[in-house]
Design a protein around this ligand. Structure first.
Ligand code: ADP
Ligand code: MG
Length: 691
């Protein structure tokens, strides 16, 4: 139940004065549906209204003058404005009004009256003028004109000053809240109270007050981060209260490892040890393995599944596409079957008798491991004893989908895998409710991908080399960028590229893009993986994780339009075999300095975690890594980059709170409930958590 103190803030925006049926949709576009959303607005600039005499007026500045009205000049046609001549002892000014309200104007501001006028001064060939003054009031109402005025985001039909007045009204409706922060921390940081912080936000005293680094803005950011971290800590704690099957470390995993043609890296061994520690305690595991493409996550998952099988349970490995599922099945079936562990592949393509037989094997427990796609959580799929769900490329699945799979057993352990390296600073923000193992080490012996930046003007040369390489049996990816707003024309560009390459290279050029159905995409990808195509032109849909060891060339067109992390991911498609690989970053010159730096970093390092960290620095905050899409929350006040020092503190604070006061019943606990409600971060809500 929502605390009563929040009622005014959660009222619809129509409860603000002046927000009726016409204004409401406009304000909603700028802010949102609730008074709180208007309160959350922030000015992005300030205007200083310098008080001056007309002789001191400066062209282009916003200024306030005290003047006398001297004369009204009617427009000669409807297209012309009203002109009002005003003056003080030092000079003249022409006020200009478009529209038909001249007569009203004359009544409100008769000739001879004294007025304060405030607005932007413009020197034109007709003399000094001010078009539509922002303020025009009697001198005794001087306090209606702020000296420093905050400028708010606006929209057509709703100018910044209207928005500002709504924001101020929302602030007026905002009560002082019970303090939810730790008093010692507040004192140390010299943070103002929550309401004071908002008041300062809406009444900036200078440019510094607009900065997200200002004290009051940091306070609000910290509130928001704490609300989020608290929700995640609560979920983590709740999950730990659920029992999970104890799974002993078995012997089969050791035999599987011994049979591999390589040794585990230290990072792989650590990840497996983390999983086994989770298995040992009897709580439900929710662990994420974060590791670059090619870091070897699959074999770690295989060992975990072997432990579960040996202990009598079943595991399901779910992949986002059929081709990925098939590849996993091919990797796993040999080794597992050699150890007597039954494994089946289940995809949407299975029909009739074959499908029925697979389902029977799962229901009876004859199959201990199933690899599949979304087909795995369909209703007809039943398990004998599902104990572990492994989700590959976890960000490709919704929370509901993961839950449906986990619901096929009791307290099913979850192992999620992601190939998107997240900078350490952001890990808590994105995965605060999961336990994370990082595989931050690549298997030895990989040849780094030779990476070059080449201007578009040398396209012919690149295509020529591609033709030679393809003639020698090599395979290449050719990536064309896709930007949401111009998706269709970009698609046309990709189609044209494919056509042009076909003319030069023959029919072995395939095309995949987002407008294809899943099955169509899979079919083209499979042809490429099977070597039937030598070049695959793709918009960015190239499946993360697809293994085409024979592909050694990656060409990325308009590389400057991609983020660093994205380029790294794309480059990771090649260089998987022993052979030398190349990545060509085609760009349209001139490169901006940042773009140049990005390409340099790619040339220098191959470590996804380093690249992610650098990308964050280079682009600073915001949607640096396209992270939002991979689950970075859409904060109002907090910026994961700018406020990164606060994230860890909020995480610690949240853990402490949950340890001491899990139900939030203490006085601070109750205040924290208000905070969570305020930011919509409640423990019960589905977060990115997989569990
Ligand atoms: P990803 O983390 O991208 O899922 P995979 O599990 O597909 O990576 O592994 C990529 C390739 O590396 C596979 O061919 C796998 O057999 C191989 N591999 C995994 N671990 C090692 C290792 N420790 N040493 C050498 N090769 C390894
Ligand atoms: Mg993988």
């Amino acid at each position: 139940m929502r605390p009563e103190i929040l009622f005014p803030l959660f009222a619809p925006i129509t409860s603000l004065k002046g927000v009726g049926p016409r204004v409401a949709p406009l304000l909603q576009r700028v802010a949102g549906e609730k008074v709180r959303d208007v309160l959350w607005l922030r000015p992005h600039a300030i205007v200083r209204r310098t008080r001056a005499r007309l002789s001191d007026a400066i062209d282009g500045q916003v200024m306030t003058f005290e003047v006398a009205i001297q004369d009204y000049q009617r427009p000669r046609s409807a297209a012309q404005p009203w002109r009002v001549q005003v003056a003080d002892d030092t000079g003249l000014l022409m006020l200009v009004f478009f529209g038909r309200f001249g007569d009203q104007l004359m009544q409100r501001h008769p000739v001879g009256a004294h007025r304060l006028v405030s607005g932007r001064v413009e020197d034109t060939k007709f003399g000094r003028q001010m078009v539509h003054p922002d303020y025009m009031v009697a001198p005794e109402k001087a306090d209606e004109i702020p000296e420093i005025e905050a400028v708010y985001p606006a929209t057509e039909g709703l100018p910044p000053r209207r928005v500002r007045s709504f924001a101020h009204e929302a602030l007026d409706k905002t009560p002082e809240m019970p303090e939810w922060q730790d008093p010692a921390w507040l004192a140390r940081e010299q943070f103002p109270s929550w309401r004071e912080a908002l008041a300062r936000t809406h009444n900036p005293q200078g440019e510094g007050d607009l900065s997200p680094l200002s004290l009051h803005r940091r306070r609000l950011a910290y509130d928001e981060l704490l609300a989020h971290q608290l929700a995640m800590a609560q979920r983590k704690a709740a999950r730990r209260r659920e029992p999970g099957a104890r799974v002993a470390a078995g012997e089969i995993a050791g035999r599987l490892r011994a049979a591999l043609p390589f040794a585990f890296t230290r990072a792989q061994a650590r990840a497996l040890a983390d999983i086994r520690a989770d298995f040992a305690v009897g709580e439900r595991m929710s662990r994420l393995i974060q590791g670059d493409v090619g870091s070897g996550k699959t074999v770690v998952a295989m060992c975990a599944m072997a432990d579960v099988a040996e202990a009598g349970g079943q595991s399901a490995l779910m992949a986002p596409t059929e081709i990925l599922a098939r590849q996993h099945y091919e990797t796993l079936s040999g080794p597992l079957e050699a150890q007597g562990i039954g494994i089946v592949l289940l995809t949407g393509r299975d029909k009739g008798v074959v499908r029925a037989e697979k389902l029977r094997a799962l229901a009876s427990g004859a199959a201990r491991v199933v690899v599949g796609t979304h087909a795995l959580f369909q209703n007809e799929v039943a398990f004998h004893q599902l104990q572990l769900a492994v989700i590959d490329e976890q960000h490709r699945f919704g929370v509901a989908e993961r839950q449906r799979l986990q619901a096929k057993g009791e307290a099913v352990h979850l192992l999620a895998m992601s190939a998107t390296p997240i900078p350490r600073t952001l890990e808590l923000t994105m995965y605060g409710d999961l336990d994370v193992s990082r595989i931050d080490e690549k298997p030895p012996g990989r040849t780094p991908v030779a990476t070059r930046a080449v201007p578009m003007s040398r396209l012919d040369e690149i295509v020529g080399r591609l033709r030679d390489a393809a003639a020698g049996g090599a395979q290449a990816f050719w990536i064309c960028p896709l930007v949401a707003e111009s998706e269709l024309s970009d698609l046309a560009a990709a189609e044209m590229r494919a056509k042009a390459l076909r003319m030069l290279l023959g029919p072995g050029v395939g095309l995949v893009h987002g407008q294809l159905t899943g099955a169509e995409k899979d079919a083209v990808m499979a042809d490429f993986a099977d070597g039937k195509l030598s070049v695959l032109v793709a918009t960015t849909v190239v499946e993360v994780g697809v293994n085409v060891p024979n592909a050694t060339i990656m060409v990325i067109e308009q590389a400057e339009r991609f983020g660093l992390a994205q380029l790294h991911q794309l480059r990771g498609r090649v260089g998987r075999g022993q052979r030398e690989s190349a990545c060509v970053l085609l760009y349209d010159p001139p490169l901006s300095e940042t773009a140049q730096q990005r390409l340099d970093i790619l040339r220098r390092t191959d470590d996804g975690f380093v690249i992610a960290e650098k990308d964050l620095e280079l682009r600073g905050g915001g949607d640096a890594l396209g992270l939002r899409q991979s689950g970075l929350p859409d904060y109002v006040f907090a910026d994961p980059f700018v406020h990164r020092d606060l994230i860890a503190v909020a995480g610690d604070d949240a853990r402490l709170i949950v340890a001491r006061d899990p139900e939030l019943t203490s006085e601070r606990g109750k205040a924290l409930q208000v905070l969570q409600e305020l930011f919509d971060w409640k423990a019960g809500l589905a977060l990115r958590d997989a569990g």
